[in-house]
Structure formats: C-alpha cells, structure tokens
Design a protein around this ligand. Structure first.
Ligand code: ARG
Length: 666
C-alpha cells in the first residue's frame, strides 16, 4: 500500500508541503481526500467557516460537468450571507492552487475542477501502490478509528438461506447475490464478517420428507445428488399426501350424505380411519414428533440429509465465490432459547393467550404489524419463534455490532415483527443492531427446460447459452483456453450483473438474451472490458514497479504516433492532441472517484452504486482506446499510457471483485 511518506513526496513535488490531517481523512487510500483538505484549508480564511463543516460539505458529483467536487454554499450555514453572493466571492477570491483550476460559481454552488496533470501524479501511483486494496477503506470497521489495537467491529450477514428439499427460487438467488456483495463490502471496509446461511430445515414438512424417503428414497441417488433427489422424493410424497387429503374429504362428504339417507357407512368409516391414523400426514406428524423429541434414529437420518445437502450447496456457492462461515438453520435453534423467550414474553406481558395459542398483539404499536402467533395450539414453535430464539443465540455467540438479514421484501412484515418483539422483550440493544435488507422479485425466471428449480440449473443454462454465443465466432472461440469454464463464468456474471443493475427493491424480468449480450451494460461487457485491459497488460509486460517511474506528464501532451504525425496536417495534429489529453484526463478523474464510490456504497448498501460507476468508467475507457494507443507509441509514451491502463485494470478488477464477480483475463 501507499505509505504516508510516499504521499508526502508526491505532494511535495507538486508544491504542497503539508499532508492533510483532518479527521476522517484517508489521503493514502483516497486521493480525493487530498483535494478536500486542500480546498478546506484555502476556504477557511475566505469564508470564516469551521474546517470540519467545509470538509463535510464538499460533495462528490454525479457527472464530471458538475466539477470534480462541488460546494453547496448553504451547507456552510453562514448566517447573514446570501449563498449566491458568497459563491461569487469564493470564486473570485480563491487563490491560485497547484492542484486546482480556478473555481466557478454557479448559482449557490461553487464547482471545483482538478488540474489533470497533478491529478494523474497523485492518483496513478496511489492505484499502482495500493493495488488490490485501492478503493477499499479498512478504517471504517475499526472500533476506534484512531487506534487499531481496539479491534474491529463484527457483522453477521445472513443470506441465501434456502429450504432443504424445496426449490431454490428467485428469492434465494437474489439473496445470495446481494448478500455475497454486502459481505464483501463490509469486509472491504475492515469489518470482521461472519457469512451465515440460515437453512429452512425444520417443521412438519421434514417429517413428510423422511416418510417419503422410506418409500421412494434411493441411497445411491441421495449420495449422487442429494438436493435434486430429496426434492424429487418430496414432490412424490407430497402428491400422495394431497391425494389422501382429497380422498379423506370425499369420504367425509360421502359418509355425511349416506347418514342422511340412513344408509350404512361402515366401509367408508373404516377407509377414513385408515387414512386418518396411518396416512402420510399422520406418519409425518409422528415422525416430526420423534425429531423434536430428539429420537436418535430420526435425528441421525435427518442430520444426514442436512449434511449431504450442505455439501452440495457448498460446491454451488463456490462457483459464485461464496463460502459461508456458519451453516445455521431453523433446526439449530435450541428449545431452551425458545422457552426462555416465551418466559420473558409472558412475564413482561408482551404475549397473551388467544384461543389456546400464544400471540403478540403488535397492533398497539402499529396497525401494520398486526398480531403475531408465537406458539401454536399444539405447543409447537413457528418460523417466527425460531427467529426470535436464533437472534438471541447469535448475539450470545458472536456479540455482533450489526446483523443484516438479506431476505425478500415479501417477508417485510415477518422481519418487522421479529425486530419489534425482540425490542419489547427488553433487548432493544440487540434489535437496534439488526437490519433487514430487502429486495424485489424476479419475474419470469424460467429457462429452456422450463421453470427453474435449483441454483445449479440456472447457472448451467446461462453457461450453455454463453457457450453457444461464443461458438458463433469460430476464430475468437479457438483462442480461449478453457471455453467451458469461461462460458460458465460469463454466464454467472450475466446473471449477477442483471440482478444488481437496478435498485434492490425493484422487480425485474429474467431475460437471458439481454443479460448475456456483450453490448449494453451487462456482465459480459464488464468481462470483455477486463479481458481487453488484461491483454494489453500481458502484451506490454511492464510491472507496477516499472510503471511507477513513468513520466505521467506525457498523458496530457502531444504525441501522436510518428506515422500519424507524418500524415497529419498541423490542424489535425492539434486536434488529436487535445483529444488525447481530454480522454486521459477523463479516465483519470473517473479512476480517482472509486474510493468515494466505495464510501457511498457503504452508505447506500446498493450494488447498483458500484455497477453504475463501473459502467461509466469502462465507457470512458473504451472511448479512449482510439486516442491513447499503447503498442505503436514511443517507449516513454507507451509507459505512461500503460500506467494509466494498468491503473484502470486495477480499479475494474477491484470493483468486480467487490460485486462478487470473477474477472476474466482472456
Ligand atoms: N428460509 C427462508 C425462506 O426461504 C428464508 C430465511 C430468512 N431468514 C430468516 N432469518 N428468517 O423463505
């Protein structure tokens, strides 16, 4: 990483002899912080405002036409000054600076532009030295920003959380993608991250599954593909359960009708009793009873289903660069935690009896929260009860500073009830640390083979689609070493980028054709941009150490290739030079923003914040290739441009990894 003395040296060379020291300033990892501090220093004497206020008011801009930094003058909160007039005054009294162009007043704003050459000399070395760490800010996770020895904050990110023997549906896919991203984000911010998968693996339906396995299970198929096999068994046994259910209903009606006519019902009653006492439903109830009572045989079989499923999940998650630290699940919640919670709720008058069940009436606090059942008539626990027990257990185990639940918006009410109940139980300090990160639905998620059931199916299908697409270009196809592996990664990128393209809460259409296109803002487009940069890096073969000695002033000067120069008129040459300088400067300005984009993402918790930035940056990049050629230029120019492209590759690589993508080199 870049050291303070490295930075001091770069700054001294630009005529700045003081390293910025404002609180929350991280100039070694964020070049923009140098500018914020510098502008603050110059604005104090002009405005008389507090340095902290000025520093905090300097805002990053969405488009570069707005300047590189903008100061909304009203944010200085200076009484008795008209913001428009003050903006004019700031612009006219601002002293010449080695780092900045003269600022411009625009209404109540002052816009600041960075001088291109000093910016390159600050940003490019910072990227080359920080490498894979550029943009990430590990001080955010420190308990005490001034003292690393006090340790780091801990966060649990609970995500994915599929249900064993049930389809891995779009909600689980989105949770996996968004949760993986959030875990990377907090890790990049220096938090201590626990990635947790809370499996749906408890309830009577797992009694149904066990009974079904006794009938239809195959040991061989289970070992070969536990997830698919258990699902298959579950579908079969559920069908019988449904059939029996219908039959019982019909028998009851028949019996009633016969009785009315005064006819014999013996046979029908016998048939009904057989189903009631020994049908799938009753068998499952008894089986689940054994599981809840801790019957060793029942537990052993179920544990095996669970472990085999987890093994398979692990492999699939690995394809998405995700590994969980804790496979918890509804089955893992201790009875004692739920009993303890029930006791506290009763003692504090949080819960009450209602028609034999136990409920919490939350309408007292908000109509929307409704009434929540926490214990069924038969005394068994519910999804909500298990979540209440689990939250307390997780706190005892991890003592987390924050916990995020990445769950579909369809469960907004469930999580709101959960947080409120835990608060009412007297654990406000715990519930306040919890946050529900929700998201909208995926519409029409089906593939060539019909509706999707498993994560593997989705990934396989998009992978095959990419593979076909790649094969349509014979020449390029032949150049790829591992076409299947590459297609797989491209397909996964396509799915992930499509998912992260809008705000989380938006619904979107699953559209294989659009997401797999190399044109437009897609995953394959980002991969293409990365591979192209990697290819330049490979061909030129210069290392970051070599590139640090590049003369970056060459980025903003004239140097068309000799050949071009020979043929160009003077007019044309001038124009080309201007274009080169502009493209280089825009790309550098874009690269400079990445650390601020990271900070902003840490606030929005929206992957689209990163994605939008990466697309803007790669667009700046692709329009610069024609103007900033590498291979054909003079050695020194080549080196300077290579430093720029190397830095661009680093930023793209870091951004893609933050999102959970695997950047491709070819
Ligand atoms: N397994 C649940 C489902 O598929 C999601 C679990 C969400 N997490 C939680 N703590 N309730 O709907």
């Amino acid at each position: 990483t870049q050291s303070l003395s490295d930075l001091a040296e770069s700054l001294a060379a630009l005529g700045i002899n003081q390293i910025p020291q404002a609180p929350n300033t991280h100039p070694t990892v964020n070049p923009i912080d140098v500018y914020r501090s510098h502008i603050t220093d110059l604005l104090v004497p002009i405005t008389g405002a507090e340095p902290g206020v000025i520093y905090g008011a300097l805002a990053w801009t969405q488009t570069l036409e707005m300047g590189d930094l903008a100061l909304p003058v009203p944010a200085l909160r200076l009484r008795g000054r008209k913001p428009g007039e003050l903006a004019e005054e700031i612009a006219s009294r601002f002293p010449p600076s080695p780092l900045l162009e003269p600022p411009v007043a625009a209404g109540t704003y002052v816009k600041f532009w960075f001088k291109p050459e000093p910016l390159s000399r600050l940003v490019i070395p910072s990227i080359l030295k920080n490498g894979a760490a550029y943009g990430f800010n590990r001080t955010l996770g420190l308990r005490d920003p001034e003292d690393e020895s006090k340790g780091r904050k801990k966060i649990i990110v609970e995500f994915s959380s599929p249900n064993i023997a049930k389809p891995f549906h779009a909600g689980h896919l989105r949770s996996t993608i968004i949760g993986g991203f959030l875990a990377n984000l907090y890790a990049g911010a220096g938090w201590d991250v626990v990635r947790m998968n809370y499996l749906g693996d408890w309830g009577k339906q797992y009694g149904v599954l066990a009974v079904g396995f006794e009938r239809f299970g195959s040991e061989e198929a289970l070992v070969a593909n536990p997830i698919a096999h258990l699902f298959e068994v579950y579908v079969k046994v559920s069908a019988i359960q449904k059939e029996e259910d219908d039959k019982m209903k019909a028998l009851r009606e028949e019996i009633a009708a016969l009785k009315e006519k005064g006819e014999a019902v013996e046979e029908q009653e016998k048939a009904l009793a057989a189903l009631v006492n020994d049908g799938i439903d009753e068998q499952a109830r008894r089986y689940f009873r054994r599981m809840s009572d801790g019957d060793p045989e029942a537990i052993a079989i179920w544990t095996r289903f669970r472990n085999l499923s987890i093994e398979k999940y692990r492999q699939t998650y690995a394809r998405l660069n995700i590994s969980f630290d804790d496979y918890s699940g509804e089955s893992q919640v201790q009875d004692s935690s739920m009993e303890e919670a029930a006791r506290i709720m009763a003692e504090r008058g949080v819960s009450e009896e209602s028609e034999g069940a136990v409920i919490v009436d939350l309408t007292k606090y908000s109509k929307k929260l409704g009434k929540a059942v926490v214990k069924k008539k038969d005394g068994t626990s519910l999804y909500l009860t298990r979540d209440i027990g689990a939250m307390k257990e997780r706190f005892d185990k991890y003592n987390f500073d924050k916990m995020i639940y990445v769950v579909a918006a369809a469960q907004d009410l469930h999580l709101a009830q959960l947080f409120k109940i835990v608060e009412l139980m007297g654990f406000r300090d715990i519930s306040e640390r919890c946050q529900h990160i929700n998201f909208g639905m995926v519409l029409g998620m089906s593939t060539r083979r019909g509706t999707v059931k498993f994560l593997d199916d989705i990934l396989r299908d998009v992978g095959e689609f990419m593979h076909d697409l790649m094969r349509s270009n014979e020449d390029k196809y032949k150049q790829v070493d591992d076409p299947e592996g590459t297609a797989d990664i491209l397909g996964i990128s396509a799915v992930m980028v499509q998912d992260m393209t809008g705000k989380r809460i938006n619904n979107y259409h699953f559209d294989i054709k659009r997401m797999t296109s190399f044109e437009g803002d897609t995953g394959p487009y980002l991969q293409y941009a990365h591979a192209r940069l990697s290819s330049i890096v490979r061909k030129v073969g210069l290392k970051p150490e070599d590139l640090l000695t590049a003369d970056l002033s060459l980025l903003s000067e004239k140097h068309a290739t000799e050949q071009e120069a020979k043929h160009a008129t003077e007019q044309e040459a001038k124009h080309a030079t201007k274009q080169e300088a502009k493209h280089a400067a825009n790309l550098v300005r874009s690269l400079a923003q990445f650390p601020d984009v990271f900070l902003n993402t840490h606030r929005t918790l929206e992957p689209v914040t990163v994605l939008t930035y990466l697309f803007k940056m790669t667009h700046a990049l692709s329009s610069s290739y024609d103007h900033l050629q590498v291979m054909k230029s003079d050695p020194e120019v080549k080196k300077a441009r290579m430093a720029l492209y190397y830095a661009a590759r680093t930023v793209l690589n870091n951004g893609m990894r933050l999102l959970g993508l695997t950047p491709l080199d070819r």
